[in-house]
Design a protein around this ligand. Structure first.
Ligand SMILES: *Cc1c(COP(=O)(O)O)cnc(C)c1O
Length: 392
């Protein structure tokens, strides 16, 4: 039994380092107000940016779909797993983010896992931001392309890496970045990235999971916010965050790119089609997102209020305007303080999460707060009050 004792030793190491993740169990639907096994809480750590996770008409659409379309597909898309509504959802996503077409995956993790190997081989180069999401890193690893990295949002380093790729004679060069960096709430400088891409003849590939549905005037994403709707080549994203938060991911881009993915992307070819009720609910979520100007305005107000009240109260928050707000606890004992404060806040009925090394750099522990359109002004004020009381 040396295998099991090795595994137990590894678990003990994780525990000893204070890195064990314990999953809190909800006893309610996902929402701004939740019930958990340790009591009711105001939820400030979901990716439920538009508050759609338990929205009535989405739930109704998913229920109706169970009747009309059944429970499961029991097939990959190309065998017999494509209903008309799967295509409808793909077209609807493409229309929303402003590309010619889109293709669904079981998750954005799978979308990113399948994308790169289809387009990048040993004669190509991929230049990626050092803070990119794990799924981008894994997807890029699956290629035989030359891999180059630049420090987070550092445009002079990006330029140097692009030059390196060009000097190495790369056939294709892809620049890969998150639209929003999830630990900081910072936007990638997509306008500058597109300028460099033009200069070096590179493709721009953006994972906009923390933006689709609510960032930009019409919620189309970071490319809308930064005025580069027509200059980003490929967008990946998730249905598991703002757009109802169930599951599913996509790649959106030019029609031939989507068509080749249908022929070659392994997680698409060899994994089950997205469940009918999730497709129907997501279609409804997109419809709502299109008309969600009020929710986006509420989200913006909540974010501004939270950021300004926290600053007034003397907390250090990373600058910006995204609903992800990092409340910093720097220095030696920052990790411990962040954890203690998050625990004390939960006792006061406010659920937030502390992050420390290795998820964020050493000495930069933080509590990440995520605002939602589902929060009221009173909810936001209650969250700030809990921070103040927990700080002691
Ligand atoms: C959440 C997230 C993903 C994963 O999305 P899933 O659909 O849950 O697999 C991928 N990339 C980024 C940037 C994310 O934030």
């Amino acid at each position: 039994m040396t295998f099991l004792s090795d595994v137990e030793a590894e678990l003990a190491e994780i525990e000893a380092a204070g890195l064990t993740k314990r999953e809190r169990q909800l006893t309610s639907a996902q929402s701004a107000h939740i019930a958990t096994t340790s009591g009711d809480a105001l939820n400030f750590c979901a990716n439920n940016y538009l508050g759609l996770a338990d929205e009535e008409s989405i739930v109704a659409a998913a229920k109706d779909a169970l009747e009309q379309w059944g429970f499961g597909m029991a097939s990959v898309r190309f065998i017999c797993g494509t209903q008309t509504q799967h295509r409808e959802l793909e077209e609807s996503i493409a229309e929303f983010v402003g590309t010619e077409d889109a293709i669904l995956f079981s998750s954005c993790f799978d979308a990113n896992g399948g994308l790169f190997e289809v387009f990048f081989g040993p004669e190509d180069a991929i230049v990626s931001d050092a803070l990119n999401h794990a799924s981008l890193i894994d997807g890029i690893r699956l290629t035989k392309a030359k891999r180059l990295r630049y420090a987070n949002a550092d445009m002079s380093e990006l330029r140097a890496r692009l030059q390196e790729a060009k000097d190495a004679g790369a056939r294709r060069i892809g620049i890969v970045t998150d639209g929003v960096f999830s630990m900081d709430g910072y936007y990638a400088p997509l306008d500058e990235i597109c300028d460099l891409a033009d200069e070096f003849g590179a493709l721009v590939i953006v994972d906009d999971s923390h933006a689709t549905g609510f960032v930009g005037e019409h919620g189309r994403g970071t490319h809308e916010l930064l005025g580069v709707m027509d200059r980003v080549d490929i967008i990946t994203g998730t249905l598991g965050k703002a757009l109802g938060g169930a599951s599913g991911g996509f790649v959106a881009g030019p029609r031939p790119v989507v068509e080749l993915l249908r022929q070659r992307a392994r997680p698409y070819l060899f994994s089950n089609a997205v469940a009918p009720s999730v497709v129907a609910g997501s279609l409804r979520a997109l419809q709502l997102a299109r008309a969600a100007d009020d929710a986006r305005a509420q989200l913006e107000r909540n974010t501004e209020l939270f950021r300004s009240l926290m600053t007034e109260a003397g907390f250090e928050i990373l600058p910006g305007s995204h609903p992800i707000t990092a409340v910093m606890f720097s220095g030696e004992d920052g990790a411990r303080r962040a954890t203690e404060i998050a625990d004390a806040m939960l006792e006061r009925g406010v659920y937030v999460i502390a992050f420390s090394f290795p998820v964020v750099p050493r000495g930069q522990a933080r509590i990440r707060v995520q605002l939602s359109a589902g929060h009221s002004e009173a909810d936001v004020r209650a969250c700030v009050q809990a921070f103040i009381e927990a700080r002691g």
